[in-house]
Design a protein around this ligand. Structure first.
Ligand code: FAD
Length: 453
């Protein structure tokens, strides 16, 4: 029997080979498209379905690409000819909420926003907050170790995962981690699985850590600076002063120009760089007062508000970044991170690279944790691909981030798009060890072939 016949035999109408269903599976939100349709889509309804799919794939030597919502920005969930796509979207139930233990047990396909909507009545939340939270799955967030605006204070996804159930390439089901807050028995395979981008196993259940919803006042600062390097120095000074704002975001001149055009505003008249700070919790007023002082001393023109409507008005400027860039054309969203003290240097490097290649690179930074998203706006090649000059410029950006003690990717992952630079960051020995670890979990290379390693 062929692999499709075997899948259909066991999984019935969970299997689709309809060309219209398969077509969108060749792309994610990275802008990359393999343009080569996979063999089949399996929409798993249960752990049993996932185990059956992987057993069949292993027997037939066929690759499996696990897919959540397909919002990834690194090409991790992109499928190609001859592969099976395993969708988790129908496994979207909340299995348990424990208020006493501040945890939830969920299936991987639940959307982050849906989980948080259900948790609100318990006064709890799952803190990882990618800007895509309304449209991305918790399984995808875990598989990419997603971050967001609030990470400097509330941590990345890794800090919010206690335990996982994972199906291995050969179909075995592994339970790893603990329901308890603490737990150090053996090697930490849960941590290994977080951020593994579908290359080590399929996450089929997650026990996630919850926190009480923040209450009390919120203070928001919007500040304008004359140049981004000075503003970045002010951000570095704020974190060096021990302040942990919930959000600390920085947008450069090219970003503000795009936002002005998109919103029909003239925000740039106040200064070409925008800094947004939001402090929450009992100490928010004191934290905001200290931050305001640092910003003004650093040359920023700032407004501070505790009024929720005014705070939302300032936050809306930041939220307009991605739609404003999309309105300008095709965008390669990059994702380097550097130590926070190196923010001024990396912004100077971005300006240098933009000048050298004569391209505009609007950049937004999660300045509270040193993660930057330089956006390369480009005209695609005739086949839809990213022009070589953009990748050359991006390669220089990655090298600059590494020189400054940073990393190729702060939150989006390696996937397909950053494979070429992986060894540059890891070095030969670590690269080889990581490939050996991959081989322990997936000796036949069934899981997400061609990604990361
Ligand atoms: C508008 C927009 C804003 C974004 N903002 C952010 C942001 O602020 N922060 C951020 O970190 N990311 C952001 N992203 C990127 C993306 O949303 C995240 O990477 C998200 O975590 C991906 O979730 P997903 O369900 O779409 O996963 P997919 O894109 O479907 O998959 C991503 C990777 O995870 C693997 N995977 C998915 N589910 C599983 C599973 N159950 N088991 C094993 N592997 C699995 C896939 O194989 C793939 O390698 C943004 C994307 C968009 C489009």
């Amino acid at each position: 029997m062929t692999v499709i016949d075997t899948l259909r035999d066991l999984l019935g109408d969970a299997v689709s080979t309809d060309a219209a269903v398969l077509a969108p599976l060749t792309a994610d939100k990275s802008g990359h498209d393999s343009r080569s349709a996979p063999l089949a889509l399996v929409t798993a309804r249960s752990i049993d379905d996932v185990q059956a799919t992987l057993r069949i794939a292993t027997e037939h030597g066929v690759g499996v690409v696990t897919r959540g919502a397909g919002t990834g920005l690194a090409g991790g969930s992109i499928a190609s000819a001859g592969q099976i796509v395993l969708s988790t979207l129908a496994m979207n139930h909340i299995l348990e909420v424990s208020v006493a233990d501040e945890l939830a047990v969920v299936e991987p396909g639940i959307l982050n926003g849906d989980l948080n909507a259900a948790l609100a009545s318990h006064g709890l939340w799952f803190t990882p907050d990618p800007a895509s939270r309304a449209i991305s799955t918790v399984g995808g967030n875990i598989a990419t170790n997603a971050g967001g605006l609030l990470c400097a204070k509330y941590g990345v996804t890794r800090e919010s995962v206690l335990a996982l159930k994972v199906v291995l390439a050969d179909g075995r089901l592994l339970s790893i981690g603990h329901r308890s807050v603490k737990g150090v028995t053996g090697l930490d395979l849960t941590a290994l699985m977080i951020g593994s981008e579908g290359t080590l196993g399929v996450i089929v259940e997650a026990t996630v850590r919850l926190r009480p919803l923040p209450t009390g006042p919120v203070a928001t600062i919007g500040a304008w600076f004359g140049d981004v390097v000075t503003a970045a120095a002010a951000c570095a000074a704020i974190t060096a002063a021990g302040i942990r704002p919930a959000a600390l975001e920085l947008m450069d001149a090219a970003s503000l120009t795009a936002i002005d055009a998109y919103l029909g505003e003239s925000l740039s008249d106040r200064g070409n760089t925008f800094l947004l700070l939001q402090a929450d919790g009992a100490a928010s007023a004191d934290e905001a007062a200290v931050a305001l002082e640092i910003i003004r001393r650093g040359g920023g023109e700032a407004e501070l508000t505790s009024d929720p409507v005014e705070g939302e008005r300032l936050f809306a400027i930041r939220r307009a970044f991605h739609p404003a860039l999309e309105a300008q054309g095709t965008v390669l969203i990059e994702d380097v991170a550097v130590p926070r003290s190196a923010l001024p240097q990396i912004f100077a490097e971005i300006a240098r690279i933009g000048d050298r290649y004569d391209i505009s690179i609007p950049t937004v930074a999660h300045a509270g944790d040193g993660n930057l998203h330089p956006n390369f706006v480009y005209e695609p090649e005739a086949d839809g691909s990213v022009p070589g000059v953009i990748w050359t410029a991006a390669g220089e950006l990655f090298a600059a981030a590494l020189r400054l003690g940073g990393t190729l990717t702060g939150e989006h992952g390696v996937g397909l798009l950053k494979r070429n630079w992986l060894r540059d960051e890891l070095g030969d020995d670590q690269f080889d060890i990581q490939r050996q670890i991959k081989a322990v979990f997936d000796p036949l290379g069934v899981l997400n072939p061609g990604k990361v390693f």
